[in-house]
Write a protein that binds this ligand. Structure first.
Ligand code: HEM
Length: 122
């Protein structure tokens, strides 16, 4: 599940940046990749949700796990907002800042603190 989670969010980042660059060039492919990215959000949510259960059932590092889950959701929300705003030609700066903050929190907590998945790769 850890493999799936990492694969899903790395793929999400790639789809995000490619879709962003197509939107900026006003190409149709931007919209298509954006739709695929939305499907990938489901994979991120499924794998992240599944990884979350072990923290809830054992109440292990629950505080950090909850912050990590909220930050992960915040990353998805900021990616989605950036693409929607770019597609409408609106400013995106505030969402980029949110993305940077939320992404930093997910990386620090995900790789640095929450160790279930990486210790027992499954
Ligand atoms: C794009 C958004 C996200 C990013 C960039 C992200 C990033 C990460 C990273 C780097 C890790 C550590 C590697 C691992 O053990 O798998 C991780 C683990 C985890 N993520 Fe996410 N995540 C995201 C979304 C989510 C969401 C939406 C949830 C919950 C619904 C979630 C729940 C978890 C949990 C519970 C772990 C701990 C796994 C473990 O025990 O190691 N993540 N995530």
């Amino acid at each position: 599940m850890t493999h799936l989670h990492i694969t899903a969010w790395v793929l999400g980042l790639i789809l995000f940046f490619v879709s962003l660059s197509f939107y900026k060039q006003e190409k149709k492919a931007g919209k298509i990749l954006h739709m695929i990215l939305r499907l990938d959000y489901l994979l991120i949510l499924y794998s992240g949700g599944s990884l979350s259960t072990q923290y809830f059932t054992e109440s292990y590092m629950l505080g950090e796990a909850i912050v990590k889950i909220l930050a992960g959701l915040w990353v998805i929300a900021s990616l989605e907002m950036i693409l929607v705003k770019v597609s409408k030609g609106k400013p995106t700066k505030s969402f980029w800042i949110q993305f940077a903050v939320a992404f930093a929190i997910t990386l620090v907590l995900g790789f640095g603190r929450l160790t279930y998945g990486l210790h027992f790769l499954n």
